[in-house]
Design a protein around this ligand. Structure first.
Ligand SMILES: Nc1nc2c(ncn2[C@@H]2O[C@H](COP(=O)(O)OP(=O)(O)OP(=O)(O)O)[C@@H](O)[C@H]2O)c(=O)[nH]1
Ligand SMILES: [Mg+2]
Length: 254
């Protein structure tokens, strides 16, 4: 059989489960560290419940992803997960799900592994969203997840610090609401509403236009050069305001 025919015949199997994100859907991609409970507790012994070194590894990974060639206008990270918002005009790989997922999971795993000095991997899923309202809801959802995790983490580690075993601490917190948990922390002198913003709400990463002073040796004069630099926001707004904050990035001129 001629190779071209053979190629066509075989490729149809490879392409049989390919999916594409329609042009009228917004693209968000979420990546999550694989078995990071083990990595953060046993392998690297990061501080609990939060460690700035771990946070910086995550924000550096988001920066690598935002510079990897896709039109990503906003990145968000909390715990071991990353969410990326694509510009509506994104058409890399014809918006093929397989290519987007595998490329970004590969980039994130490589960047994080190089920075930490050992193998660490991320999974990736594309989340197609129907409209701006849902884009806003998506990011508010992940922010609520961050807030819930932070409160749980503070309570759990406070109980562990005072000598409770893992199962005792989990039992005490099982099915308890926000008020119970905040009161528990208050009794131990921790005002949960005052813990650092990034721990409760996560970090936002976006491009900022920076003006840098340069020198033109031909004209022998100072020049102002504009360039886009990635900026990490550790003080992102919460709730409805966060939604407006995120949606503005969709208006970015890429
Ligand atoms: N010590 C420490 N751990 C952290 C920090 N941020 C996130 N983690 C841990 O990262 C883990 C993330 O949880 P998951 O993604 O649900 O669990 P996982 O073990 O990665 O499991 P899979 O994602 O299903 O592979 C949790 O155990 C968190 O406690 C941090 O700043 N310090
Ligand atoms: Mg994980």
């Amino acid at each position: 059989m001629h190779f071209d025919d053979f190629d066509k015949e075989m490729r149809k199997y490879e392409e049989s489960i390919d999916q594409y994100i329609p042009e009228d859907k917004y693209i968000v991609v979420r990546l999550d560290g694989r078995s990071f409970t083990r990595l953060t507790k046993r392998v690297c012994k990061f501080k609990v419940p939060f460690d700035e070194k771990f946070r910086d590894l995550m924000t550096d990974t988001v920066k690598s992803l935002m510079e990897s060639g896709f039109k990503i206008v906003y990145g968000y990270t909390e715990s071991d997960e990353i969410s990326l918002l694509f510009h509506p005009s994104e058409d890399t790989f014809s918006r093929k799900v397989r290519k987007i997922n595998t490329t970004l999971a590969g980039e994130a795993s490589a960047a994080f592994s190089l920075n930490i000095g050992q193998i660490a991997t991320f999974d990736s899923r594309v989340v197609p969203l129907p409209d701006k309202k849902r884009v806003g809801d998506y990011f508010r959802w992940r922010q609520e997840d961050s807030l819930r995790n932070a409160l749980q983490g503070y309570c759990y580690w406070t109980l562990r610090d005072e000598g409770k075993t893992a199962s005792q601490a989990s039992r005490i917190l099982n099915r308890k609401g926000v008020k119970f948990k905040k009161d528990l922390l208050a009794e131990k002198g921790i005002d949960f509403d005052s813990v650092p913003n990034w721990q409760r709400y996560g970090c936002g990463i976006y491009f900022k236009e920076i003006e840098r002073e340069g020198f033109n040796p031909i004209k022998n004069e100072k020049v102002i050069a504009k360039r886009r630099e990635l900026f990490v926001d550790y003080e992102i707004p919460y709730g409805v305001e966060y939604k407006d904050y995120v949606l503005e990035f969709l208006e970015d001129d890429v």
